[in-house]
Write a protein that binds this ligand. Structure first.
Ligand code: H79
Length: 424
């Protein structure tokens, strides 16, 4: 039987979506999980839940009718589209994907398909996605929607609410026709050109049905990329599993997705935020395998992004301002992982990401094949570095006075060709 990887590769058949380049070059994106669960913050009737805040309705088996009441108290008056878009830009992120509707079934935008939406069901009464789509685009950031196409715990015919509705009596086709497809059409027609439609947890459709689902949506925005979680190995680029990084480089356009703390949706009692150093190293590691990092933040029910996310993302952005050449537009590194770190590739260049400073400040770089190394220097400040050649390896002498950094980038310029990996 085929693995998901093989299925996806077969389908893409060497042909790429004509609009894939921005995605491949982008490397770093902002994921935002925001919904009614954000208002609950991981707590329901005095009981605290851990893990994924956006799953609280399922974890607490909250009846759909009762969960609806959360909307009546949802009034995120602190939401500011320009602040969210500016944070995304400051973090050095090139695209944004935000939940238009998660498994809970609530529409975070002005939907005419249902009244269980931001405009009809909340005291807020406005569409936050409109200003957000405009504020991101104004800053040159690609804007996209997450849409849970199969799971919808609010609808009797939607996927996976078995505490209210009998799964065996469900008519998924009806749900797709009456809610999911009309809503996705709204998203594709009312918010300008989208960079991505980000699907999740597919179900209830055959491969043929999924293909015609894609084909019909494609007509509305041929330029929009569809994520691989549309199902059946289809889609324009591959999403890995939640919080998954491949051990070695992967072929094609793909994305790793990570939480900032330990939850996608806001959880009040989860302060386990990855430090700026951890984020920078994660980004370098994902880029070294040739992929993008889609990093999530979970704004609260007032519309505020957690302070730690704001601070740590801005720090990450500062590093990118000086070291972005080693991330944006690169492809996977041609030098296998080393005790000191990882590599990414530009034209005639290897960017050596020193994530762990060797005590003797000697950077041993195995090149496998003889290439002529013409220049070695620190990316920041361009200081030239001495190196010696030993057979197929070079040994770079790092300065003894380098200040601490999550990732010191050394640029190695060379002539000749380094071997590709046996790419998966
Ligand atoms: O949107 C985020 C997740 O909510 C969604 N994908 C990411 C991007 C997702 N849907 N399903 N899953 C992830 C897998 C399900 C994991 C679960 Fe659990 C394990 C459900 C119940 C046990 C995690 C832990 C959620 C609740 C407890």
């Amino acid at each position: 039987s085929q693995t998901m990887d093989e299925m996806w590769d077969n389908r893409s058949n060497g042909k790429e979506h004509p609009n894939i380049k921005w995605f491949k070059d982008a490397k770093f994106g902002m994921f935002i999980h925001w919904g009614l669960y954000s208002k609950l913050g991981g707590e329901w009737k005095g009981k605290k839940y851990y893990g994924s805040g956006e799953w609280i309705m399922s974890q607490g088996k909250i009846p759909a009718k009762e969960y609806e009441q959360v909307a009546a108290g949802f009034n995120p008056i602190a939401f500011n589209a320009d602040e969210w878009a500016q944070l995304t830009a400051d973090a050095g992120m090139k695209y944004m994907v935000i939940t238009a509707k998660h498994h809970e079934g609530f529409s975070m935008y002005d939907s005419k398909v249902t009244s269980f939406d931001m405009v009809d069901a909340t005291p807020y009464g406005k569409d936050p996605m409109k200003p957000l789509s405009e504020a991101t685009r104004k800053r040159g950031i690609q804007f996209g929607f997450y849409y849970s196409q199969f799971q919808d715990w609010h609808e009797p015919n939607g996927g996976k609410n078995s505490w209210d509705f009998d799964e065996s009596k469900k008519n998924y086709q009806l749900y797709y026709q009456q809610k999911a497809i009309p809503q996705i059409k709204e998203l594709l027609t009312k918010y300008g050109p989208l960079g991505i439609l980000w699907f999740d947890t597919p179900g209830g459709m055959t491969k043929e049905q999924t293909q015609s689902f894609i084909d019909s949506l494609r007509l509305l925005q041929p330029g929009c990329l569809f994520s691989s979680r549309v199902g059946h190995g289809l889609g324009d680029y591959k999403d890995l599993g939640d919080s998954e990084i491949p051990a070695t480089p992967l072929r094609g356009a793909w994305e790793s997705l990570y939480t900032h703390n330990d939850s996608w949706g806001y959880i009040q009692h989860d302060l386990n935020f990855k430090t700026p150093e951890a984020l920078i190293q994660l980004l370098a590691q994902v880029a070294s395998r040739g992929g993008n990092l889609l990093l999530n933040v979970g704004p609260d029910g007032n519309g505020r992004i957690p302070e730690y996310s704001i601070r740590f993302l801005r720090e990450t952005g500062k590093w990118l301002k000086e070291n972005g050449a080693s991330i944006y537009g690169t492809s996977f590194g041609r030098i296998a992982d080393q005790p000191w770190g990882v590599s990414t590739s530009g034209a005639g260049k290897q960017f050596l990401h020193v994530l762990h400073m060797p005590a003797d400040r000697q950077l041993l770089v195995p090149l496998q094949k003889r290439v002529v190394v013409s220049k070695v220097y620190l990316l920041k400040g361009k200081q030239a570095l001495k190196f010696t050649t030993h057979g197929n390896d070079i040994n770079i002498q790092l300065p003894s006075n380098l200040p601490g950094s999550a990732d010191h980038v050394v640029v190695m310029e060379y002539k000749g060709s380094l071997p590709d990996y046996d790419l998966k």
